[in-house]
Design a protein. Sequence first.
Length: 211
Amino acid sequence: MGEGDSGAGRGRRRSAGGWRGAGADGPDPESSVAADAEPDPASVARAIVLRQLTSSAKSRLQLARKLAERNIPEDVAEAVLDRFQEVRLIDDADFADMWVRSRSQSRKLAKGALRRELSDKGIDADTAAAALEQVSDADEEEAARVLVERKLRPGTDLSDRAERDKMTRRLASMLARKGYQPAQAFRVVGEVIDARLDGRQASRDGYEPEL
């Protein structure tokens, strides 16, 4: 190898990826720029909101809380949420309607409980009231009866006054947790228990032998 070749060899060295210049042992400029670049907060915020909406419907407040958890600046979060609201991907009225339909049917919640849940999710009083119009007083009453009938165990000795009172308190408390007013809860429970007792009595009377 000639003298010129020897000098060229000293000017560069072998690396795992091939031949590099003498200064190649430092950080690659392009990689350094990519590594140092901060993600755009608005892009991050949009991605978070889209993921949240894909999993299930959310109110604006729920999404704002999620963005805050991810340390998205408040002004950026508000701008992103405003844009999603403009294109109706966020609509608190639609969300409230859906929430009331779902929870009143699946959980048999009364309007009081539904109103509290909507408030917790940032739905204003007027929007909540409009959504709750879907549930009539008759619907609420029927849901309460279904709950009580479902929870009233067939083997319970309702003819025993102490057992009946204990069961009444337990069932009324269950309805209260679901948002029913105490007076309504005790009335519905009493009516269902009376109907159960009357049904049993009628059943026994039907099988009495003739004398």
